[in-house]
Design a binder for this molecule. Sequence first.
Ligand code: AMP
Ligand code: ZN
Length: 478
Amino acid sequence: MALTLYNTAKREKQEFVPLVPGKVGMYVCGPTVYDLAHIGNARPVVIFDVLARLLRHLGYDLTYVRNITDVEDKIITAADANGESIDELTRRTTEAYHADMAALNALPPDIEPRATEHIDGMIKMITTLIDKGHAYEAEGHVLFDVTSMADYGKLSGRNRADMIAGARVEVAPYKKDPADFVLWKPSADDIPGWESPWGRGRPGWHIECSAMSEATLGITFDIHGGGRDLIFPHHENEVAQSCCAHDGAEFARYWVHNGFLTVEGDKMSKSLGNFRTVRDLLGEVRGKGEAIRLKLLETHYRRPLDWTSWGLEDAMVRIDSFYYALKDVRDIKTGPLVPDQDLVEALCDDLNTPLALKILKDLTSKLWAAEEKSERSKIKGKLIASGNLLGLLEYDQKEWFQGEISQRREVLASDDIDISTNENANISRIEIDELIAERLKEKKNKNFSKSDEIRDHLKSRGIILEDMPGGTTDWKRA
Ligand code: AMP
Ligand code: ZN
């Protein structure tokens, strides 16, 4: 089945054809590790996780690279403000990032290069750029000379006036042109720095991704992704560096960018401090990251997404409804785990996840309606496999309703933040089973006020009892 993707570089949807048949290299800009990830940071992670799953489903041998930016000025500022060492801050926030993204069912990338492990490659690339006349040294800095590249601005479609007026271009006296950007900058003794031909210093942010993508995927590779806020200047500058270092050789072939996420109608940014961390949201859904993931996938990735509290509650109800359907067929053998063809087609159409979710919902309706055991078994397999392609329905229904999912996902393992704010986690299965048995005994003895008391007691501890036909009782965590 042909996959089409919207390529920012060409401004149109294109059929995806990899450089080497059967193989795909994909690089996605990862986090700058100075703080907990917010829900905006989770959007590209979930989107590119779906793309990775889809590419593998289509049979491609994928190498998925997502970097960790562990040297950047925001890190230095945050470590200083926290009174924490840089190593400790980057270690702690990287661990938290891994745990949070795993709780959203995002699979780890195949390669996760850290900027600090690729400084030699950056110095080498900067040296090449100077040698080829694309960069110059000034006051301990090395700058990329944008006038040396005829195509500079092509990816973002910006002309020179836009670039200079655009926010993130720093004006400095040592720049020949205000749009020139930093490849290397000097470091004082008390901040991270590496010896280089231009003195002790550290890399600029853009060169990090050019060096890491080349080291992991080669000079030309298939897909480069990230949020659309990165198109200019970050990705524009990556193109400039990588193409000019290799005499105009092609860099990324398909540029895929996700739309921006706002919170309750407002722009969210770490610097404004109004961000909702993934960790807070996981607490709100008691570790059930699939609800957050569902919410993120309900909007097409290229559109803006406004995150609201009610939207998350709504998503929680909807993800539960999928699991209720699976609960209904818990005693029926799972048929072949093959995803629905229409759902695969929807994803192949530039990752149409809203349509894919509608198809998933239709599958649950078909499951409820089916009467034949063999039919139910077939749909059950299809539903699970289709959900899994989207990174959903990865739990057994019993675990979903009764388990402590956050613990399985090791979110609680990191010691700095405890998301187990509800006391439900404090009641064990054994205690629940004992109380249910006691309640049934009281009921049998027609001691209804006592049996109601036990039901209410369990409810107060977050356990909802569901009486089933035949006198048995099932339960779920509220
Ligand atoms: P950062 O750590 O800020 O460099 O961001 C890591 C990734 O998250 C990048 O791909 C950004 O484009 C993306 N990102 C950051 N904020 C948002 C947002 N509000 N909406 C969507 N993507 C975002
Ligand atoms: Zn990058």
